[in-house]
Each structure stands twice: as structure tokens, then as C-alpha cells.
Design a protein around this ligand. Sequence first.
Ligand SMILES: Nc1nc2c(ncn2[C@@H]2O[C@H](COP(=O)(O)OP(=O)(O)OP(=O)(O)O)[C@@H](O)[C@H]2O)c(=O)[nH]1
Ligand SMILES: [Mg+2]
Length: 493
Amino acid sequence: MGNCWAGLFRRRNIRRHIVLILIGLDNAGKTKTVNNLAGEKDDKVLPTVGFKAVNLVHKDTPVTIYDLGGGPHFRQIWSQYYSEVHGVIFVIDSSDFSRLDECRAVLEEVLSHDKISGKPVLVLANKQDKSGALDDIDVVEKLNIEPLVNKYRCPTLVESYSAFVDTKSKKVKIDPGLRKGYQWLLNYIVRRYGDINLRVQTDIHADLERRKRMLNKNSNIASQTFTAVSDDIATQTGFENPNYTVEDRKEALDKGVIVVKPVTHNPNSVDTTLTIESVEDSDNTSVKPKLSPLFGRASNSSVTETVRIELEPRSEFRKLSPIVRNSGANHIDFKNRPQSSPTFKKNKSSSLSKNSSLDGDVKIQPRDVTTYLGDGNRTWDVTESKHRVLVNDAELSQMHREIVLTERDYTSKTASSEVTLQASTLPLAVRPASASQLVRRQLELTTHHKRRLSLRYMQRNKTSPERMSMLVFEPKAPRRHDKGDFDHAAAAN
Ligand SMILES: Nc1nc2c(ncn2[C@@H]2O[C@H](COP(=O)(O)OP(=O)(O)OP(=O)(O)O)[C@@H](O)[C@H]2O)c(=O)[nH]1
Ligand SMILES: [Mg+2]
């Protein structure tokens, strides 16, 4: 039985993994500090560019410390680590009085971040070997740490130490202040690992979802770009117009335009309808768009201005459009495609239509995207003589036209070519945002903000021979979270 418990305990330990970030202004001594903790001897440390990850073990629990560069440029990347860390080590050069204000501002910015607030923080006042260095009590006062950590509910310990070690001695001796602070932080995290890790996992999940949404958004933009740079119907449908010249295009600009919006390139889809819709801006409604057989068979069942045409079977489409077929699902590089259609140029000055909607066709307004222009009564062969195309500009020029490509099976759209749904039209189930909010609320409810927190602020005692570390803030009776809290938090909302 005892073995069983021991085994269970060991397994729990194995599953734990503590992640810390080591931050602070540049030249504070962060790298020196982490080298001390890792037992590394370093005669000279260089400013950190980016980050350095150091893996340590604390009582069988693996610990990863991210030592991040403290220069102003590198501070911008700190926040990318916030969601995955269980605790923060903030190092201060306590001998550099000129940067105390900057240090305070940076510390506040860190603590106020919603991925850091509430997490344990170890503030290390480094370089105590230098004459006149502020001790831990001075640091608390000068940096106004007490109100800061109370405000952001961060359990905090301030320790003073020196990372400067005697390089002549064989073994790296860790300063007792550093050792004490480090152990306090890890023990604190281990004691509340379940709660802190729940928050970490939730924040990571929320972060991933946010990135996924951004990727989707970007792929939407890519798809729109694809629309904009895809320069002719021929490319999109697998047909080509070798007779078309730039002059023709210019001339036809003043006439009618057809705008093409490819919605999807799902290779499995055979169920694609191309709709040509004429948008009348004159009173002459008797003029109907003349449809090219390029687009397949016209079905006259539609209303006056809209004619629906079935595309050729997809296999045909694939055969005729190697560019689309070979370019993969996610990206169609029209710029670098084989120039099978030498005559079309791109109209880059396009802005995109926002007419996308879930339930209807996707429409691009005339002149919004690359335009395909009619070519007065010209015919051309397309790969095989069976596709002959006739476009009559005289009639086309009477009106603005849109070509609307409709995908019937919305669920099977691919990432690159689909018109991404607007956030407001997404079903609620795919919105992940509320999870992290819930847990944050749960944590807040659990600690009942400041009401349940006590402040243990040791009085300054400089006469004491022993340097006194300062526990600035710690929740008095941390409550264990349970499912009830979660439900309660959700209900309270
Ligand atoms: N005297 C003294 N010098 C120290 C101490 N700790 C670090 N230093 C020196 O301070 C300088 C900066 O140390 P780093 O560890 O590179 O500082 P950092 O915070 O990592 O700096 P960035 O990587 O640029 O953010 C180095 O020259 C160290 O030797 C210390 O406790 N006492
Ligand atoms: Mg460094």
C-alpha cells in the first residue's frame, strides 16, 4: 500500500513541470544569476540576445527557466512567455540608482499583465557586493513594491544577494539570499501547482485559439489577395485566352467588366456553381448578359439579372488547371505560375469587397478585384478544340457585371481559398474565448481579491545581523479550487 502511494506520488511529480521567466532591465545580472543556479562558472557574461533556456531540477520536478534579454527591444517579447510561466523572477541591479524609475515602470508593466497578475514573483536585489547598493528593504521602498504587488495580487518575496561569485573556487557557491528566494518560489508553486497550472494551461489554450483565429484571418486575407492577383478567368477556370492583349484590356476598361471571385479550390468538391450576375446600373433592363460557353451550360431558371451556370466537372477543371491543382490547398502562387496566359496583367490597385456572407453568394464589386474584360467578338481555343469561347463586348459593356462563385458545401471549404466567416457569424460553439475568462474569474473568486489576503510586511530591522528577506505579500489561507468554484464562477457570470 505504501509503495502504491509512493508510486502515485512519484507519478504526480513526474507530470509536473515548472516554468519560470527571469526578467529585469538589461545589465541587471539575470544571466549571471541563472548561471549561478545552474552551477555554471562564467568568467564573462554577454548581454542576452533573445532568450536562453536553462533546465534544472527541483525535488524531482523539472524546472525550466527562460532567461530573457532585458534590453528595450527584447522586452517586447517577454509577454509571449507570460501565459506558460508558473512564476516570475525579477532581477534588479540595486547599485544602479539612475534606473530605479525605469525599473519600477517595467515591473509594474509586468505585474499588471493579465497573464502574470496573481502569479508568484521573486524580486531579487542583485549586486549587493557593490558599495552603496540598496538592500531588500530599500528596494521595496524605492520601487514602491508593496502597493504594486497588492494591486496585482502577486505573492512576492524580495531577496538581496550577489551573483558575483569567486571564480577561483572550484565550486560555484550560491548566495544564501538567492538560494532562499529561489526555493521559496519553487515551494510556493509546488504547493499550489494544481491551481497555478490550471491557469497556465487555460492561458496557453486561449493563446493558441487566439493564434488560430489570427491564422484564419490571415488566410482569409491571403484568399482575398489570391482573388486580387489571380488575373483572369482563364487561370481560375483552367481556360486561357491567348489572343488577349494589354491594349484590349485598356480599351475594354471603359466597357463592361466581369469580376471573378474564386471562392474555393477544394479538390474534392465537384459541386461548384458559377453564377454570373449582371448588376444593372442603367434603365435598360432588356439587355441580358451574354454568357460565354467558357462557363459551361447555362440554366435559365434564374431571375432576370442572374443566370446560373454549372461548371464543367471537376476532373475537367483539374485537367485544365494544373496551376490550381499543383499549388496545394493552402497557397496558389499566381505570380510565379507558368506563364501560359501571357496577355493578362494584374490590376493591383484593387480593394476587396466585404460582401461575404454565410448564407449567400460571395460578391466582389466591379473594379474591386482584377478584372476580366470582354474582348470584342473574339474567339480562342482552349487547350483542346472542344472548348471554344466567344465573348461579346458590345453587349457586355452595357452594364456592370459580377461573377459570383458559389460553393454549395460550405463545410468542405479549404483554408486558403474559402471566404473566412466573420467572427460575428461564427457559431458560439467555436468561440474559445470564455474559457480563460472563466478560470481567471475562478481564481479571483477563490482569493476574494484583497479581502482574503493578508499583508505580512516585516519591519525594517537594519540592526539585525542577518539580512532579512521581505515577504511582501502572500494570500493568507489559499483555498483549493474545486469544480464547484468553476460552476460558481460561471453561474455568477
Ligand atoms: N559586481 C557585480 N557584477 C555583477 C553581478 N551580477 C552580474 N554582474 C555583472 O553585470 C553585468 C551584466 O550581467 P548579465 O548577467 O549579463 O546581465 P543581464 O541582466 O543578463 O543582461 P541582459 O542579458 O543584457 O539583459 C556583467 O558584467 C556581470 O558580470 C553582481 O552580483 N555583482
Ligand atoms: Mg542576460
